[in-house]
Each structure stands twice: as structure tokens, then as C-alpha cells.
Design a protein around this ligand. Structure first.
Ligand code: GSH
Length: 230
């Protein structure tokens, strides 16, 4: 079988950054395809044929397309064990705890990020936005508190070793603090964010995003996620 280079469909500053970081961490060649939200490309028939949900990330693998960060990360961790993206051991309970941590990021935290950053997204009444945002902030604090407590005691979410879950939390932190969430509320997560950003894979992912931003700017489509300040 000839090996096909993976293709990541992504947009800068989005949660696709987590998968992008995983691919950089693996260190093998891959291609990226920018999905220009401002041009509605995520709703185009061509992209919907790749991901019918119209969302990024999507990863074209030699076995077919995968969507959902959690599923993609699990796939990459299993197909590239040498990259140590996740501490999978084959133990059903231990591995399910890791899947649980992935779901926590994508299923519990990410929807709150969206409600905090873009509270108007699902509302017909813009006057309700501040209420949604303030409820999301309250719930984010509830959800982040146990992670902060973990990071009071250890450098990384899974212990003394970085995993892709750390990149996931870093993206969440980037999104919410960029939209006004007070970083002083959780100093251990702020410290973790700084550590996670030092990782070469994190820096490489940001460089790729910067090139994508340049491409968008050249097309007059600079992507600034709503309410994101940096
Ligand atoms: N549960 C999905 C969420 C993906 C998602 O919501 N991606 C956002 C960017 S952060 C997106 O593509 N939004 C475009 C849209 O929903 O129209 C995952 O974890 O991959």
C-alpha cells in the first residue's frame, strides 16, 4: 500500500489547533488545507462532502476522513505511539479515563468556550448575550477548578509528562482569556499555558496558523474569530 500524506482541514485560532499540534508533535510530513470561514467555505458542498457537520478539524487519513478532535487525537496516538500523544496502555479502564478526559475537553469545556466567546451565536435576542456569557463564565470556572487543582500539584494534566490534552487545555485557555476571561482566576492554568506554549510543536502550529492568516489576508478574508482580541 502506498502511504498517503495526511491532510488536515483547519482554520487558524480554532480548535483544529489541537490536531495541528498533534501532527507537529508526530513530526512526519502532512498537508494542511485552509477552510476560509469568512468565505463560507465550511458550508460549501466540497467541504460538506469531507465533513458533513461543516466544522474543523477534519483529517484525511489513508483509511478515510476522521472528524472530531477527540477521535482524531485517539487515532493519531494509536497510529504513532512513539510520539507519546496520550499515555494509552491497552488497559480498558486506564484508556477509558483518557477518552473521558478528551470528552471533557470537547464535550464539556468547548461548548462553554463557544458560549463565553460568541454568546450571540445561538440567540435570536442579542440582549440575552451578557446573560449567556456570564452563565458560561460561571460554568467554566466550575469545570476548570478541578483541572487547576491538578495543575497545582503537577506540571501536566496527565502527571509529569506532556500529552496532547495539555495542548487542548491551552487552546481553551487561549480562547477564553482572549475574550476577557480573567487569567488571575486560575494561576496554575495560566502557568500551564505558558509552559505548553514553549513546546516546539505548539510553536510550529502557531507558525502554520500565521501563514494561514497571511493567506487569508491576501484574499481579503482575515479571520478574526468574533470577540477574540489576540
Ligand atoms: N466537537 C467538535 C467541535 C468542532 C468545532 O466546533 N469546530 C469549530 C471551530 S473551533 C467550527 O468548525 N465551527 C464552525 C461551525 O460550527 O460553523 C470537535 O471537537 O472537533
Amino acid at each position: 500500500m502506498t502511504e498517503t500524506m495526511p491532510i488536515l482541514y483547519f482554520a487558524p485560532s480554532t480548535c483544529a489547533r489541537v490536531t495541528l499540534t498533534a501532527l507537529e508533535e508526530i513530526g512526519q510530513p502532512f498537508e494542511t488545507k485552509l477552510v476560509a470561514f469568512m468565505a463560507g467555505e465550511h458550508r460549501s458542498p466540497d467541504y460538506l462532502a469531507i465533513n458533513p457537520a461543516g466544522k474543523v478539524p477534519a483529517l484525511q487519513t489513508e483509511a478515510g476522513v476522521l472528524t472530531q478532535n477527540g477521535a482524531i487525537l485517539l487515532y493519531l496516538a494509536r497510529t504513532h505511539p512513539e510520539a507519546n500523544l496520550l499515555p494509552l496502555s491497552g488497559d480498558p479502564h486506564g484508556d477509558s479515563l483518557i477518552v473521558s478526559a478528551l470528552f471533557r475537553m470537547s464535550g464539556d469545556l468547548h461548548p462553554l468556550v463557544t458560549r463565553f466567546v460568541i454568546p450571540g451565536l445561538m440567540l435570536s435576542d442579542p440582549a440575552a448575550s451578557p446573560h449567556v456569557r456570564s452563565k458560561a463564565e460561571e460554568l467554566l470556572k466550575l469545570q476548570l477548578a478541578p483541572l487547576a487543582a491538578q495543575l497545582d500539584k503537577q506540571d501536566w494534566l496527565m502527571g509529569d509528562r506532556w500529552s496532547i490534552l495539555d495542548a487542548y487545555l491551552a487552546w481553551i485557555w487561549f480562547r477564553i482569556t482572549g475574550a476577557g476571561f480573567d487569567p488571575a482566576a486560575f494561576p496554575s492554568i495560566a502557568g500551564h499555558y505558558a509552559r505548553a506554549g514553549e513546546r516546539p510543536s505548539a510553536k510550529a502550529a502557531l507558525q502554520r496558523e500565521a501563514r494561514a492568516q497571511e493567506e487569508l489576508a491576501a484574499r481579503g478574508l482575515a479571520f478574526v474569530p468574533p470577540d477574540i482580541k489576540k
